[in-house]
Design a protein around this ligand. Structure first.
Ligand code: COA
Length: 145
């Protein structure tokens, strides 16, 4: 049985744990805890919990209509390789406020393979910026089944 629980409730995010984990990541060394608090408040957060312990996090910065930016994806080292990043991404792409977007963006130094599984490709000329664009989203006839 999968004992992990996923939450998108900002009130459930463990700011202290997220701050500690983010401070270990190459893109957020030295980040103040108040900045972590504010970035959670300004995003749709995704957390995975092992009992009471927050073991993974990601967030979507979005207008909830056309665009989202995927940020701060991490899984604690001891929990990696068990599909938790996939659970975070699956939950993000299934979130009701993140449907019908024209463009998703993210930046990564070395986790391209994870995001490629979700259809992200490198933006021309960059080795870090990845996007997933649905250029026909507004003009495609609705599916009839
Ligand atoms: C990258 C990270 C979030 C992956 O978490 P994880 O829980 O181990 O990933 P999963 O077990 O869900 O793996 C999902 C899939 O992505 C692949 N994958 C995971 N990390 C990868 C990486 N760094 N590069 C390429 N592919 C990766 C896995 O092989 C797996 O493929 P499969 O489903 O075909 O078996 C985790 O290693 C981490 O926190 N790293 C440090 C922080 C970081 O770099 N975050 C990403 C910033 S953009």
């Amino acid at each position: 049985m999968n004992a992990f629980r996923l939450s998108t409730d900002p009130a459930e995010m463990d700011v202290t744990a997220i701050h500690a984990a983010l401070g270990q990541q190459y893109w957020a060394v030295g980040i103040p805890i108040e900045t972590v608090r504010r970035c959670i408040a300004g995003s749709i957060p995704f957390g995975i919990f092992d009992g009471d312990r927050q073991v993974a996090f990601a967030r979507a910065v979005t207008d909830r209509a056309t665009f989202a930016y995927v940020a701060d994806v991490y899984v604690l080292e001891a929990y990696r390789g068990r599909g938790l990043a996939r659970q975070l991404m699956d939950a993000m792409f299934a979130h009701p406020d993140l449907q019908g977007l024209r463009r998703w963006l993210l930046m990564t130094r070395d986790a391209h393979g994870l995001y490629a599984k979700y259809g992200f490709t490198l933006v021309a000329g960059s080795d870090r910026v990845m996007e997933k664009v649905d250029r026909e989203i507004y003009t495609r006839p609705p599916r009839t089944e």
